[in-house]
Ligand binder design. Structure first.
Ligand SMILES: *[C@@H]1O[C@H](CO)[C@@H](O)[C@H](O)[C@H]1NC(C)=O
Ligand SMILES: *[C@@H]1O[C@H](CO)[C@@H](O)[C@H](O)[C@H]1NC(C)=O
Length: 542
């Protein structure tokens, strides 16, 4: 829901921006004493930054410095948010008036940048220059703690600018099974010929597992659909805690699906994730794993992957936590739609594509973690004819997909894009509620799966199975005997319990709410939450 609103707002903003140049307001028509000149206003200001000319009015109007005018003259291009909305200076987007807290500010605070690129070194070896010319140790840059007097050491820390960033991919150093990278991210592991690579498809689902979606999962994974090696098709479930039925999660795991974490609170505040501290990520993700392991009785250490809520990647802190806690992969970074899709990669070396979306907080440092990158889907209805459109990462964020026919074309067109190029795994990422919103969506997905399974070169696998294949790249001809994919091949038997406990629980952390925790295990004392993930109570907390 929140995501739909955001993209809708972004769209409105774009529409506004497109018409802006017809409404350019000139401010430089000579000496109106108080007015700043455009040159002053635009000095050192990035061309994509919107700011207000005044704080009077209804907070809908902003401008930016447009340098594309004739004769290199800079002019101000203006944008007005639609009625009822206001422009948020911090987030640089239109939002509901009540959500915008900075109508009293004209611009984003300007940040002083360090002086990293100079013709001659300005500092002794091992040191770099702050914005004010002070020299400090290189290691102190981008360590989340201001060390320069002007604090500029923390202001240039992207994947491109962090002085301590991971090095570019070096294929002689980065070798399987633990490391995989390629210069542009499109290379096939093991240098296998594309026509000998299985087309892997990963179906993933985000959110709570409960009565709203268990039936959907039963329909898609009905136990009758087998990959060419005779094993049942598999999916990956990134589970958030609240409202999850852990006995259903236990059963998904028993049937060979992969369980990953999608956080404990799933807090509806994107910046909480982008700016989260190491401890926030630890409590959210390791806490969520603890809850699942306990209440879904998953004891085999198989919860190794995570996805960030709203795909808001938490930069280096998220990945440092992951390495410390033995999370093997993240599945939250998106790669922009390109001609050839990207294979998953490890983050020992620099990521091979632009940091796309996700509030641009991609990890810049080296981390021993796999990135199961989400390649954006091409959403065009008629790819041979339509103009190019930005891609979409979750299938439900392809907002132009309204009918079953459109969805069916989206699936096949994107399958062909992957299959006919480098056969990078095709990720189809869903919220169950979208698939259930129209019966035809579910029907089309099942039709697509069945059509694919009639071939002998397509496998529906989990994220872990993708990593297993990449660590041991095996040609299609030998794949039927690939041992890593034979585990829990044919699942029989019954769920662990026929009647789960329906524990009615409260927690001091969520005053006034009584929540039901469904589990085959014993009921805890309290509803598990972020300060008390076991539900044992605060008193026993260290
Ligand atoms: C929870 O999941 C189990 C296993 O799928 C199911 O038997 C039970 O009916 C579910 N309970 C609720 C309330 O959804
Ligand atoms: C939990 O898992 C353990 C180990 O796999 C098993 O011995 C035990 O019976 C399970 N308990 C329940 C209630 O499912």
């Amino acid at each position: 829901m929140a995501r739909t609103t955001t993209s809708w707002l972004a769209l409105l903003l774009l529409v506004g921006a497109a018409t802006a140049l017809t409404r350019v307001r000139r401010q430089d028509d000579g000496g109106e004493g108080d007015d700043q000149s455009i040159d002053e206003l635009c000095d050192q200001r990035p061309p994509d930054e919107y700011f207000r000319l005044s704080t009077d009015g209804d907070c809908r109007d902003v401008v930016r410095c447009d340098q594309a005018g004739e004769n290199g003259i800079t002019r101000l291009a203006s944008v007005r948010c639609p009625n009822g909305l206001a422009f948020d200076i911090e987030r640089q987007t239109c939002d509901w008036r009540t959500n915008v807290k900075n109508c009293d500010r004209v611009e984003k605070p300007r940040k002083v940048l360090p002086i990293l690129k100079t013709d001659e070194p300005v500092c002794p070896e091992g040191k770099l220059s702050c914005g004010n010319g002070e020299c400090i140790e290189k290691e102190l840059f981008c360590n989340d703690k201001p060390d320069c007097k002007d604090e500029s050491d923390e202001n240039a820390c992207t994947v491109e600018t962090d002085p301590n960033r991971a090095p570019d991919c070096d294929p002689t150093q980065c070798v399987l099974p633990d490391c995989f990278c390629s210069a542009d991210g499109t290379r096939i592991p093991g240098s296998i010929e594309p026509n000998q690579v299985p087309q892997m498809i990963t179906l993933t689902f985000n959110g709570a597992v409960n009565v709203d979606n268990i039936d959907l999962y039963e329909d898609v994974f009905n136990g009758q659909r087998n990959n060419p090696n005779g094993c049942q098709i598999r999916g990956t479930f990134f589970v958030s805690h609240k409202y999850t039925n852990y006995s259903a999660v236990q059963d998904l795991h028993r049937r060979g699906h992969e369980i990953g974490v999608f956080s404990l609170t799933h807090k509806d505040e994107p910046n909480y994730w982008t700016q989260g501290s190491y401890d926030d990520w630890l409590a959210e993700m390791a806490g969520a794993r603890l809850i699942i392991e306990r209440f879904a009785n998953i004891t085999d250490g198989s919860i190794i992957g995570m996805r960030a809520p709203y795909l808001r990647v938490g930069g280096n802190k998220q990945f440092e936590m992951m390495a410390d806690q033995f999370f093997v992969y993240d599945a939250s970074i998106t790669a922009p739609l390109g001609r050839v899709p990207i294979w998953p990669y490890t983050l020992y070396f620099r990521m091979p594509h632009k940091c796309n979306g996700n509030a641009h907080n991609c990890p810049s440092r080296s981390h021993p973690v796999w990135e199961m990158v989400m390649n954006e889907l091409d959403r065009r209805d008629d790819p041979t004819f339509d103009e190019s459109l930005p891609g979409c990462h979750m299938v439900d964020s392809c907002s132009n997909i309204q009918t079953g026919d459109q969805f069916a074309r989206l699936l096949r067109h994107n399958f062909n894009r992957h299959f006919n190029s480098n056969r990078a795994p095709l990720g189809l990422h869903f919220h169950a509620s979208w698939l259930k919103s129209k019966k035809e969506f579910k029907d089309e997905l099942i039709k697509f799966i069945q059509e694919m399974l009639e071939r002998n070169d397509v496998y529906f696998v989990t994220m872990l199975q993708v990593i297993q294949w990449m660590q041991n790249p095996t040609e299609l001809t030998g794949l039927r005997d690939f041992q890593e994919w034979k585990e829990k091949c044919d699942v029989k038997g019954q769920p662990y319990c026929s009647l789960p406990n329906a524990c009615p629980l409260t927690t001091r952390e969520l005053p006034g709410e009584t929540l039901r925790l469904f589990t085959c295990m014993e009921c805890p004392n309290n509803y598990p939450w972020i300060l008390d993930p076991t539900g044992d109570g605060f008193s026993v907390k260290k």
